[in-house]
Design a protein around this ligand. Sequence first.
Ligand code: PHB
Ligand code: FE
Length: 329
Amino acid sequence: MTTLEETPTVLATEQNEQGYREFSLGELHFRRDEYFVYITWPTGSHVMSADAFLRALQRDVAWEFFYGIVNFDGVIGTVNHYGTVDLFAGRYNDSYRKAELDHVENFPTPQIKATFEEMLDDWTNETFDPFAAPRETGSAFGVKNGENRKAITRHRVKAARMVSCTGDEQIRSDETGHPVNEHFVDISQDEPEIIAEPGFEDEVKAFSLFAYLSRSDVTWNPSVVSVCKDSLFCPTTEEYILPIIHGNDRVEWFVQLSDEIHWDVADRETGALRAKVVMRAGDVAAMPANIRHQGYARKRSMLLVWENADPDIPELIATGQTPTYPADF
Ligand code: PHB
Ligand code: FE
């Protein structure tokens, strides 16, 4: 909780010629125009397409910097230290490192979060939803044109117990009235029949995860639907490209529930390509803790991301007490 006095100040300019404000975090400066975002730091500069930048920024904000590294692309990104966040340029890029053009600055989480939130708000036009698949949103481009606060302030849905248990009815898609997505009209909407022993009606619960996910109106945005100690089931619906390249600080498992996703897997430190993984319905893969990965889905697909939320894991892996891979065979 931040109180009013503690609310971090966001360093922003007045509107530029295209109507957008410019933002600074330490020595890193962010500017956007009709098509692009320009990032500068003392030893370098970088350009990204505005739509790709906003899609990545949206995930970083909504996930509170996620586990480990969130690469916006091969140059810009953040590292979560769970309390503080590194903002970097070229730090996980072999060429920038070798040329000594890379830059890292550490910020208290509330400061970088507040700045990113204002940037996302100011730079997202009325026509653009950074969570939506390209076929379901209008353009991110052009001069400043309104806002889309409703879309950008969506939060990752968190369950306190398994979805459908008492107290979690509010997060059921059925009740919030989301229509079945066009790509999922073949998904059965039947809910399981539950026959509980008398006295256990509040304990024995079930729901159709496929029906639940078929109504998701966002892409590449896992929601926690069950929590068992540190074990989190985070299913999500995917279409087009994962807007970030995730450099994990722990192992995570992927269970492909429907359709197909192609993954590029690269070295976590340098970005050197290590593997191409094609996952089809029923496939299960573990992403080790020393890589970065980005997924591509031609058609909307369902993916179960299985996370281990144990806060000790990054330290155990960094100090070699736990391996970067999940199992010895
Ligand atoms: C991941 O980085 O593992 C990830 C993030 C978002 C998704 C799927 C996977 O929707
Ligand atoms: Fe990941």
